[in-house]
Structures are given as structure tokens and as C-alpha cells.
Design a protein around this ligand. Structure first.
Ligand SMILES: [Zn+2]
Ligand SMILES: [Zn+2]
Length: 95
């Protein structure tokens, strides 16, 4: 799946502590590595991304390494990584 970074990072946080924890919680996985295939770097952040080439403008969180989280190009990410909504009303602040 192709995605692009949202470079204007939100200044708000969420109750999970970090966005990487947010991703772990709602994907029910431990983030080990950057979601970009062939990148064997440990994920540094829960990056905010949007799907490229779709009408879906929602923001999602995926684990990325520092380099890829700063990339301005569209990136292919592994299908094994679930896109967790960044909207806290849909996730950690749902109740
Ligand atoms: Zn959260
Ligand atoms: Zn990477």
C-alpha cells in the first residue's frame, strides 16, 4: 500500500503515551521494525500517514524509522502492518 507522511505533525498526544504505543495497542502487535519493506531499521516513531491515491483522507499511524518518518515521498508499506486510525475518537478515547 502506498502512503505519504503527514509532515505537519499534530501537537496533541493521546492517552497511550506515544503514538508508537498507540499503534501497538490498536494493532495488537509489538512494533519491531519500520513498516517499509526492506528497511530493517527499528521503528522510532508512530508516524502519521495518509493513504496515497485514494479519497480516504483519514490520518493513520504506522511505525516508521526516523528516516522514513521524515521522507516526503510516497512510500510503499508492508501489508502486514495495520493502519491504526490516528483519530482518538475512534480509538483510545472512544469510551
Ligand atoms: Zn492513543
Ligand atoms: Zn525505515
Amino acid at each position: 500500500m502506498k502512503v505519504k507522511n503527514i509532515t505537519a505533525l499534530p501537537h496533541y498526544g493521546c492517552g497511550c503515551g506515544t503514538w508508537l504505543k498507540h499503534w501497538e495497542k490498536f494493532s495488537a502487535k509489538k512494533s519491531a521494525q519500520c513498516a517499509v519493506p526492506d528497511c530493517n531499521t527499528v521503528a522510532a516513531v508512530g508516524a502519521h500517514i495518509q493513504k496515497a491515491n485514494t479519497d480516504d483522507e483519514a490520518w493513520y499511524v504506522v511505525p516508521l524509522c526516523q528516516t522514513h518518518s521524515e521522507s516526503v515521498d510516497e512510500m510503499e508499506i508492508s501489508a502486514e502492518y495495520k493502519l491504526v486510525p490516528a483519530d482518538t475518537n475512534l480509538t483510545c478515547e472512544r469510551w
